[in-house]
Design a protein around this ligand. Structure first.
Ligand code: ZN
Length: 156
């Protein structure tokens, strides 16, 4: 398992540096600001929905600072969820939360659905850091909730 651990470490370090989705969207439907006081991580995240068919998360942009785990988790979440329907994003969020509370015993078939974000599985063994990994997902949920409240009135 040592090789796998190293691979996971590499994915986390890469995403903490690359920060996919970093930068706030000017045109957006919902926003959320979240802080993780135990570590000092914070993020402002904005979402843009596409409501032409099945409601889809068309864009996610965020600006944050904090530890590598919080920043990598945001970047991985961006790649995993952008372009997916609201229902799929909700399911992925639930799976990710489940993984974070699994303390490291999470079935492969579920981990596969989380793609590269499953690299954060090892964090579940460190309860103090779980909030770092969940920060972005809390922000996404908050921003989506706001976007849905702001639903346009002129839908046919
Ligand atoms: Zn943190």
């Amino acid at each position: 398992m040592a090789d796998l651990e190293q691979l996971y470490q590499q994915v986390i370090m890469d995403h903490a540096r690359m920060k996919h989705g970093a930068g706030l969207l000017a045109d957006h439907d919902g926003e959320s600001f979240q802080v993780n006081p135990t570590c000092g991580d914070q993020v402002r995240l904005r979402v843009k929905l596409d409501r032409t068919g099945v409601p889809t998360v068309s864009d996610i942009g965020w600006e944050g600072q904090g530890c590598s785990i919080s920043q990598a988790s945001l970047s991985l979440m961006h790649d995993l969820t952008e372009g997916h329907t609201l229902t799929e994003v909700e399911e992925l969020g639930e799976l990710f939360r489940e993984m974070m509370h699994s303390r490291g015993t999470f079935p492969d078939e579920k981990a596969d659905r989380l793609e590269d974000a499953s690299a954060l599985m090892g964090v579940a063994r460190f309860p103090a850091r779980v909030k770092c990994a969940l920060l972005g997902w809390m922000a996404l949920r908050g921003a989506l909730a706001q976007a849905l409240v702001n639903e346009p009135e002129d839908t046919p």
